[in-house]
Design a protein around this ligand. Structure first.
Ligand SMILES: [Zn+2]
Length: 348
């Protein structure tokens, strides 16, 4: 087990997930970027990139570290690629998160996981550091939203199948020494009826029996054009979280990861999940402007009105894969420095 429990430090910092890849691994500042290498060279390069990404997090003073998602092309599709029942050659165009068209693979039969997907990568990360580690997986609802289903023909049925598969993977990640398993559910911000009917329930199925901490990340997406354009239509107050929060408050999930920096989310909505640990996004991933430590601190201070200090985890709004490495490094340092300011105030 790790020497430092994720909760022993006040305001432990982390990122929501992905970090930029080096250009020798994949074309930078792009999602779904193709690999620059193949075969054994690619495998070595992924591990080297993971090492670099980890070192950059440690250097910036990030407390709960991750793999920076260096070994995956995309936070949803890479997991699905390893499953049976999905045909990646049979493509269909669907509207992802009711927002933008994307060419996605097709579910053609019963979905199953023949072998672990990320467990070797997690063991590799575990061997590199004694810091607490967090591992991100896609959530069931976000997975079904990134596919065309010609087999189950029911979003709910497919979500339950994915939840079982995710639970198998999560149990093995826990055994590999992962301290926090996070499920990315940006779809929770869009399909409110589904969230309440079966979304949270399938998420709870995915974490069944886990002893490590569990998190759900709900955001307004990567800083890509389709998302930025959508945000412009949401008006001056973003109250989407209000729909899922009551159900999440009652759920068995430990941590809820939110987008709070430069967003129009009214901070007082967080009151609805009082009692949960909250990862507060204090870094905007949709701009190259690097936050000052004081700006980060301000966001955290506002959040402290609604989250007990021992339950506040400073983080980023979303993944930083589409940003330049230089900007991402600056943002990691700002997050760390901002958290340090507030930590000092709290312990003074
Ligand atoms: Zn996100």
């Amino acid at each position: 087990m790790t020497t430092l429990s994720p909760t022993s430090l006040l305001l432990p910092t982390s990122t929501a997930g992905s970090l930029p890849k080096p250009s020798w691994l994949a074309e930078p500042e792009k999602i779904w970027s193709p690999w620059a290498l193949e075969g054994d060279q690619l495998m070595d390069a992924k591990q080297d990139a993971l090492r670099v990404s980890l070192q950059e997090q440690l250097h910036a003073g990030i407390d709960i570290v991750s793999d920076g998602e260096q070994t995956r092309q995309h936070f949803v599709t890479t997991f699905i690629e390893h499953l049976d029942g999905v045909d990646f050659k049979q493509r269909a165009t669907v509207k992802i998160r009711d927002r933008y068209d994307a060419s996605v693979p097709t579910v053609v039969g019963a979905v199953s996981r023949q072998k672990p997907v990320f467990v070797d990568d997690a063991k590799f990360l575990r061997a590199q550091t004694d810091q607490p580690i967090k591992w991100a997986l896609p959530g069931p609802m976000t997975m079904i939203d990134t596919l065309y289903d010609s087999h189950y023909k029911s979003r709910e049925k497919l979500a339950w199948e994915f939840a079982k598969i995710l639970n198998d993977e999560a149990r093995e990640l826990e055994a590999a020494g992962v301290d926090i398993i996070q499920f990315d559910e940006p779809a929770f911000n869009v399909f409110f009826d589904d969230v309440n009917d079966w979304g949270v329930a399938t998420l709870e199925r995915a974490i069944e029996g886990l002893k490590c901490e569990t998190a759900v990340h709900i955001c307004y997406g990567y800083g890509i054009k389709a998302n930025n354009d959508w945000k412009k239509t949401l008006g001056s107050e973003w109250r989407q979280y209000e729909q899922a929060f009551p159900k999440l408050q009652q759920s068995s999930i430990d941590i809820i990861s939110l987008e709070c920096q430069n967003s129009h989310v009214p901070m007082d909505l967080i009151e609805l999940i009082r009692g949960k640990k909250v990862m507060i996004g204090a870094i905007d991933v949709a701009t190259n402007t690097i936050e000052t430590p004081e700006e980060v601190a301000n966001t955290l201070r506002k959040a402290l009105q609604f989250v007990d200090a021992d339950k506040l985890y400073p983080s980023t709004n979303c993944g930083m894969a589409p940003l330049s490495r230089q900007v991402a490094r600056g943002k990691l340092a700002a997050l760390s420095a901002g958290a340090a300011i507030v930590r000092k105030e709290l312990t003074a």
